[in-house]
Design a protein around this ligand. Structure first.
Ligand SMILES: [Zn+2]
Length: 107
């Protein structure tokens, strides 16, 4: 699932980086930069999810985040519901699964 998301990003000419994003305010977990054509994913969230829920769960989260941000990259709109729907359609995963997991990290 993650490999497919990364391939899709590559095909769209969008880079994916896992970055230390301590400066971000919650609930931003990933962000698309249209100037750099780059998706940044919060490394701390990925590490925390891996510790709490396992590597496979963390990888699914990253795949979901990539698809979500690819929606922003492709359609150039900040429509969060549409981006979630797009990611759900491509991964078969429910956004609420990750929202709950991330909330559980920092109650
Ligand atoms: Zn978004």
């Amino acid at each position: 699932m993650l490999a497919l998301a990364l391939r899709e990003a590559g095909a769209a000419g969008v880079a994916v980086r896992i970055v230390a994003t301590g400066a971000w305010h919650r609930p931003i977990l990933a962000e698309y930069d249209p100037v750099l054509r780059s998706i940044a994913i919060d490394s701390r969230v990925v590490a925390d999810l891996r510790a709490a829920r396992g590597a496979a769960f963390a990888a699914r989260f990253v795949a979901f985040a990539i698809w979500h941000e690819l929606h922003h990259a492709r359609f150039a709109v900040r429509d969060e519901r549409a981006a979630h729907a797009y990611a759900m359609a491509h991964t078969g995963l429910d956004a609420a699964l990750f929202e709950r997991a991330v909330r559980a990290l920092r109650p």
